[in-house]
Design a protein around this ligand. Structure first.
Ligand code: NAD
Length: 328
């Protein structure tokens, strides 16, 4: 029987890759997808061109905070995969109101409607940032949440609200907390696409502080596979960390990106004031999803990064109009 999945934020970077994948040749086949997306500056209808003609695809432009619309949509769906969010930490430092509205109020609107419509499964996509910084080692799912930015605090709040609907009402909520994603179709405000598109244009790249902040990098193919494992085999009320297996400082990442674009350090790197409250290092322990659901990251970072850089080289028409939108 076809499962009808409501995918929020499906016009964004990760959500659109999820939709293209589940409706693509490697997808499970027995699913149909409705994307609910407000099309903010980060949402791009072109990300869904590949699936637009599929009879199993439909698109609704709308806000996850719109309770009436959400209730109406929820009634026709069996499952929800929730990606929609304000996702850029720097913007949340500039002003957190939209982060609280979309990430907290929007998630509540969705889980409440999912509960009332007796939806079977609700996958809430969250982030490793909710745990806060860690100097050494990796946080397990049981670590109390200590978010530091308005973005991560809004995501932590949304995790707790989603999980409260499991504990209180028995709604089958599953939460994923992944590390930094990279790949094609990534909006050019985040570090990898920002640096690559600047370098392809012969411009400088802004490196925060001393460049010593460390992140774990996860290819979108691996992340989407993890989300599908959680949707199809995960357990209700559980949280699953998702790691990528490649930990790099921003200095190391910048060096790789300069090499990939054929640029030199002195002519291309501009040190800028550090991000306020910049978390030094994130790291999640993903033993649970490996042991329970058989997940391991498959994409090798060097190959994945080279493919990503090639994609940006070949898709100027996709990112050039977005460079203006990325400025705020
Ligand atoms: P993105 O910014 O590329 O896409 C977000 C999408 O949500 C956009 O299409 C936007 O139009 C839509 N949206 C925003 N507000 C909305 C609203 N009120 N109603 C309906 N739609 C709305 O984000 P992304 O990088 O694809 O991230 C997807 C999810 O993964 C987010 O929940 C994010 O917190 C999480 N996440 C991302 C990363 C990463 O590295 N990108 C890492 C960890 C977790």
């Amino acid at each position: 029987m076809t499962r009808r999945i409501l995918v929020t934020g499906g016009a964004g970077f990760i959500g659109s890759h999820y939709v293209r994948t589940v409706l693509g040749p490697q997808g499970p086949g027995e699913v149909s997808v409705t994307v609910l997306d407000k099309l903010t500056y980060a949402g791009n209808p072109a990300n869904l061109d590949e699936v637009r003609r599929s009879p199993r695809f439909s698109f609704v432009q709308g806000d996850i905070c719109d309770a009436e619309l959400v209730a109406e949509l929820m009634a026709g769906h069996d499952e929800v995969v929730h990606f929609a969010a304000e996702s850029h930490v720097d913007r949340s430092i500039d002003g957190g109101a939209e982060f609280v509205r979309t990430n907290v109020v929007g998630t509540h609107t969705l889980v409440d409607a999912a509960h009332r419509a007796a939806v079977r499964t609700f996958v809430h996509v969250s982030t490793d940032e909710v745990y806060g910084s860690i100097a050494e080692g990796s946080w397990p799912e049981t670590r109390p949440l200590r978010p530091n930015s308005p973005y991560s605090a809004s995501k932590a709040s949304s995790d707790l609200i989603a999980l409260s609907y499991h504990r209180t009402h028995g709604l089958d909520v599953r939460v994923t907390r992944c590390s930094n994603n990279y790949g094609h179709h990534h909006f050019p405000e985040k570090v990898i696409p920002l640096f690559v598109t600047n370098l392809l244009d012969g411009r400088k790249v802004p490196l925060y502080g001393d460049g010593g902040n460390v992140r774990d990098w996860l290819h979108i193919d691996d992340h989407v596979r993890a989300v599908e494992l959680v949707r199809t085999k995960g357990r209700a009320g559980e949280v699953y960390n998702v790691g990528g297996g490649t930990e790099l400082s921003n200095l190391e990442l910048t060096r790789l990106l300069l090499d990939a674009c054929g640029a030199d350090w002195d002519g291309s790197v501009e040190y800028v004031a550090d991000r306020k409250g910049h978390d030094r290092r994130y790291s999640v322990d993903w033993t649970k999803i490996r042991d329970e659901l058989g997940y391991t990251p498959r994409r090798d970072f060097v190959t994945g990064l080279a493919e990503t850089v090639s994609w940006y080289r070949e898709h100027r028409a996709w990112w050039e109009p977005l460079k203006d939108r990325a400025a705020w």
